[in-house]
Design a protein around this ligand. Structure first.
Ligand SMILES: [Zn+2]
Length: 156
């Protein structure tokens, strides 16, 4: 599978977002095309949902994220309007490693468990420990194995 290639400034923006949200998970997108690459942070409303309805939202934002739906929609509309692609979905794992969890996979395949909602989108997970970024890992969909696999993350 292809490498994930991210500009240094955008990687730094994602890292800053992840450290700022610690001890909670951050989430967001990178949108773009061959020449454009822009970070779009999204508010994680998991804590709000957990407080309102702990039975349905058992986890709080230390181990889960839920994108604020209006902000999510604004990004989708921007992608449409500017004819860009959803290049990356990113989130952080506070005090955990940068792995693609079963929950992450389920969230990425929300319509059909055998296919991601965005098969060409790369998923970046950042490990943050004690408020400091440790490492990032990128995951892409392997259509033959029908599974996510870690791919090389190139910062350029
Ligand atoms: Zn995760």
């Amino acid at each position: 599978m292809k490498d994930a290639s991210i500009r240094r400034a955008n990687m730094d923006a994602m890292i800053a977002h992840a450290e700022r949200e610690f001890p909670f998970e951050c989430c967001g997108f990178i949108i773009g095309d061959a020449t454009t690459e822009e970070v779009r942070p999204i508010t994680n409303i998991q804590n709000r949902k957990h407080a309102e309805d702990p039975a349905s939202f058992a986890r709080d934002a230390r181990t889960a994220f839920l994108m604020e739906p209006k902000e999510h929609l604004v990004v989708m509309n921007e992608v449409d309007r500017r004819k860009l692609g959803l290049r990356v979905v990113y989130h952080s794992h506070p005090d955990h490693d940068a792995y693609f969890s079963a929950t992450d996979r389920a969230q990425a395949c929300s319509f059909d468990p055998s296919e991601p909602d965005y098969p060409d989108t790369i998923y970046i997970v950042m490990s943050v420990r004690a408020g400091k970024f440790v490492r990032a890992a990128a995951f892409g969909w392997d259509p033959e194995k029908k599974e996510f696999a870690e791919i090389n993350l190139v910062i350029r």
